[in-house]
Design a protein around this ligand. Structure first.
Ligand SMILES: O=C(O)CCC(=O)C(=O)O
Length: 356
């Protein structure tokens, strides 16, 4: 660890004010080029190993085809099609998410070990409004998150390119207090989330250029920083497909949350219960070396947990995941996180989570 990282560990190397110092010490060749693109623009285009990605992407397209709601899409009832976390049942999706070269590169660029924690597979353009991933997947310290989007076929103006505003990642990260949300407006988050979009739209105009479209070729990937303003363009021809996979990565030794649903000043932080796709294990929330779950338990404060795929739950203050696993060995065998197992099944089934 160089002296600047020791002085200021709470910001990814590629976004660190001492970035120029890291350039000399940490990277060379292609990784240096990626680091510089990420630092300046908030995204970097990467050519992945063609043979691997070509074969895997063809397999994924055919494996997932019958799992999408094609009928509803064709009737225009839904804006897009997606499968979240197909890595849980599809080995090829998992392979794309866990490419060792990519994980090593991301770890080096951010200065902490990368953790792939969510996959999204899309067979058509997402047509997603502009947004920053930071609002949904926030880390403490902030910005230790990125998306890696891989094209499974060529993108064109017709099938809905990815778009982004170069340099927009340098804006301040947006939290509820930045846009005047608190209390009830956070509780009714669905109704007031549009305030974030309105602000990002206006901030994007300050960039003075863009949006820039990325017409990716099959096998190309783009890494984007968590605070980059980006989205998916409208599909001009909805008969076409536009297969892609996004993997979201957090980084080790952080806490993980969704800042737009937190009411921090009223003492409500919902930590995410994420699973490392590489190891299948859940990842503790850590701030400056303290495991949050342990800290809250010691103080007998309830832990608000949110799984990226399920409802919020409040875990009892005295819940001990290690004891839960010990008392319920089937949970350990299933590989499911003790927190999620308790909230989804254990609570209803009256399972024990503490020793009498
Ligand atoms: O693939 C796209 O069109 C956009 C994906 C995206 O914005 C995201 O996953 O955050």
């Amino acid at each position: 660890m160089n002296k600047y990282q020791k002085l200021y560990p709470g910001i990814p190397l590629i976004e660190n004010p001492f970035f120029d110092q890291f350039c000399n010490d940490e990277w060379s060749g292609e990784v240096l080029r990626i680091a510089k693109d990420l630092n300046k623009n908030g995204f970097a285009v990467v050519d992945l190993l063609k043979d691997d990605v070509f074969n895997l992407s063809d397999e994924i397209i055919s494996n997932l085809d019958n799992k999408y709601e094609w009928e509803a899409w064709k009737k225009g009832e839904i804006e897009s099609l997606r499968i979240q976390d197909a890595w849980r049942f599809d080995a090829s999706v998992k392979k794309i998410a866990t490419q060792q070269n990519l994980i090593n590169t991301l770890s080096s660029l951010y200065g902490r070990k990368a953790i792939p924690f969510q996959t999204l597979n899309f067979p058509v353009g997402t047509q997603q409004a502009l947004h920053c991933d930071y609002a949904h997947f926030s880390s403490i310290p902030e910005r230790f998150m990125c998306g890696v989007w891989v094209a499974f076929e060529d993108m064109t103006d017709e099938n809905g390119a990815l778009f982004y505003y170069p340099g927009s990642h340098k804006f301040k990260t947006m939290n509820n207090e930045d846009i005047g949300r608190s209390g009830n407006s956070i509780k009714n988050s669905h109704d007031t989330y549009s305030s974030f979009i309105e602000l990002w739209e206006q901030l994007a105009t300050l960039i003075g250029k863009g949006p820039e479209n990325f017409f990716a070729k099959k096998g190309q990937a783009v890494i984007w920083a968590s605070n980059l303003i980006h989205g998916g363009s409208k599909m001009k021809n909805k008969e076409l497909t536009r297969n892609s996979q996004v993997t979201h990565y957090f980084f080790e030794d952080c806490a993980y949350t969704t800042t737009c649903s937190n009411d921090v000043f009223a003492g409500q932080v919902r930590y995410l219960d994420i699973t490392n796709i590489l190891t299948g294990k859940n990842v503790p929330n850590i701030v400056s070396g303290e495991i949050i779950e342990d800290f809250l338990r010691e103080k007998l404060l309830p832990l608000h947990i949110k799984n990226p795929t399920s409802e919020d739950v409040v875990i009892p203050a005295d819940f001990d995941p290690r004891v839960y696993l010990e008392l319920n060995p089937d949970v350990g065998l299933s590989g499911e996180s003790p927190y999620l197992h308790y909230s989804n099944f254990g609570k209803r089934e009256g399972r024990r989570y503490k020793k009498q």
